[in-house]
Ligand binder design. Structure first.
Ligand code: ZN
Length: 564
């Protein structure tokens, strides 16, 4: 199969074919299966990527990737496909990719919300926040504006209506640009601005946007810090009530080898980490240091700043959000990132801006930069000039302004591949820092004579990953990770004298929490990345025992020891 296109967005049928094409073209590296069905009955396709020859995915540490839980954020799906294409075609060529697929696994849900994306990509697009399931009411408000392409040009822009008490006026240097009227200003030409759309029940004086019938936000429906509708709009009737979220939650809690994840959204050009609802002071210090190290590498490899949602990315300074995919860290202690793809502001040369705060308040000079960027770099697609339109309900209006879907919500086609190419190397690197159980030594020595021979059997395993086997202090504190489990299986009439056939042991540290080389505090536990396990077995010489060491996050080690 040729490389999938990365200069446009795929609808569901083509996305499905592309994913199955990956599995067909790379049978030893990729398999695709459905983990559930969407509200409208679409399969939720999950690609599992690992080198099957070095062991099954569920016996390796794994990294989760998903995208497009919000309906219009279709570049997020392009990023998941680009990641799959990159690792599958670079296997055997790129050393990091090869080691990652040999020693780790990736679970990639290419499109979490296929129903909402299908509406966004339709010939007559309809934009909703997330799920297409009506919520909280299955009824349409009788009055108000319905956002749609009312003039049939395939774009959903803005409408402006002259109004002596309007909020907006033309910028003196570029009259296409609408900027705020000054606080004490009067006597000029002002406008009201509203999204392009149809208007039901216009009374001639007041204007309002209809609340969408599709009021769910699937990324408020996860179990951690979930709150009811009165506190958290779109959260749904109860945690994981929605089939798309339920499928993800079920899969992840049943795949305890997941050590981290990245969920792709658009837009803002940032790497976001927990917490969303708590200060960094509430995070285990070791986990915060790990997050800072992961973030520094993310900044280096992607060019996006890495920030905390709570401290740097709030829609309102007094509000926090809950019920999001931060659940992965909050409940399970796996290091999760939300990647917001694409920053039109940065593209336009606005370098010093404060993410979400910028929307509430920014200088008109920034808008001038954006409109110039649209004219010079995008052939004018980000901002369209105002054209008169005889609106069927509102009378004479003008349609034009910012083109949200094609320039802001997603990178324009010419920029898409450049933008999504930032991420695979950071994701692969994050997988390579995960814990990894490996064999150090397996052997037996004669322990004495008597009735049959006795043997001391020894198994030494170590964690070769940077992260500890338990991944995070949060996982330990929440008891969502158990210690290493070791088993010995005896054959040929052998019996166990000392030790248990199956026993749970402790944890293995990694290198992440060690001091730097110039620290002079002694490291008392020099080999705390290792565990030595011993049994005494009575058996005839030549018999063999099978040893298994299993850590649910770090993987599985097997050894066969012949007693001789
Ligand atoms: Zn989003």
């Amino acid at each position: 199969m040729p490389a999938p296109p990365f200069d446009r967005f795929l609808r569901y049928a083509e996305l499905t074919d592309t994913l199955h094409g990956f599995a067909r073209d790379h049978p030893g590296l990729c398999s695709v299966a459905s983990i559930g069905r969407s509200h409208e009955g679409r399969e939720l396709w999950l690609a599992t990527v690992t080198n099957a020859a070095t062991g099954p995915a569920d016996e390796k540490p794994a990294f989760w990737v998903d995208g497009n839980i919000h309906a219009t954020e279709v570049a997020a799906s392009a990023a998941t496909l680009y990641f799959l294409h990159t690792v599958l075609t670079q296997y055997g060529t790129d050393a990091d990719v090869t080691r990652a697929l040999d020693t780790r696994a990736f679970y990639v849900l290419a499109r979490s919300n296929p129903d909402g994306a299908e509406w966004a990509l339709a010939d007559q697009p309809k934009w909703i926040r997330s799920s297409t399931r009506p919520y909280p009411l299955d009824e349409v408000a009788p009055e108000g504006l319905v956002v749609e392409d009312v003039d049939g040009d395939g774009l959903i822009l803005q409408m402006r209506i002259p109004d002596a008490n309007g909020l907006w006026k033309a910028h003196p240097d570029d009259p296409r640009l609408m900027v705020r009227r000054a606080p004490a200003e009067a006597g000029g030409s002002y406008y009201r601005i509203l999204p392009e759309g149809r208007y039901d029940g216009y009374d001639g004086h007041t204007l309002r946007i209809k609340r969408a019938k599709e009021g769910l936000d699937l990324n408020r429906n996860f179990p951690a810090s979930w709150r009811q509708e009165f506190e958290q709009l779109g959260a749904g009737p109860y945690p994981a009530s929605e089939p798309e979220v339920r499928a993800v939650v079920d899969f992840i809690v049943n795949h305890r080898n997941i050590t981290g994840g990245t969920t792709f959204h658009t837009w803002s050009g940032v790497l976001l980490r927990p917490f969303e609802h708590l200060s960094d002071d509430e995070m285990h210090a070791e986990d915060l240091w790990v997050y800072q190290a992961l973030g520094r590498e993310g900044e280096r490899r992607t060019g996006y700043p890495a920030i905390s949602v709570y401290h740097d990315f709030r829609y309102h300074p007094k509000d926090v959000i809950g019920g999001t995919f931060d659940w992965l860290y909050e409940h399970l202690g796996a290091f999760v990132w939300v990647v917001e793809i694409w920053s039109p502001m940065r593209e336009a040369g606005i370098t010093d801006y404060k993410y979400i705060d910028w929307f509430r308040d920014h200088p008109p000079g920034d808008d001038l930069k954006l409109i110039r960027w649209s004219d010079e770099k995008l052939g004018g697609i980000a901002h369209k000039g105002w054209r008169p339109f005889d609106h069927p309900q509102l009378g004479r209006v003008e349609i034009g302004g910012w083109n949200r879907f094609h320039a802001f919500s997603n990178p324009p086609p010419a920029f898409l591949e450049r933008e999504i190419a930032r991420f695979p190397s950071w994701i692969v690197w994050q997988a390579l820092v995960s814990p990894k159980l490996e064999l150090v030594y397996a052997g037996a020595e004669r322990a004495g004579g008597g009735e049959g021979d006795t043997w001391k059997v020894t198994l030494v395993v170590q964690n070769t990953g940077w992260l500890p086997a338990y991944v995070s202090k949060r996982a330990l504190a929440r008891k969502t990770v158990r210690g290493l489990v070791a088993e010995i299986a005896l054959t040929d009439g052998a019996t166990l004298v000392v030790g248990k056939a199956r026993d749970e042991h402790g944890q293995l540290e990694g290198r992440a929490h060690k001091h730097t080389g110039v620290s002079f505090w002694p490291d008392y536990h020099v080999t705390d990345d290792r565990l030595k396990l011993e049994w005494v077995v009575r058996a005839n010489a030549g018999a063999s025992v099978d040893l298994v060491a299993r850590h649910e996050k770090a993987g599985v080690v097997r050894a066969k020891v012949t007693l001789s």
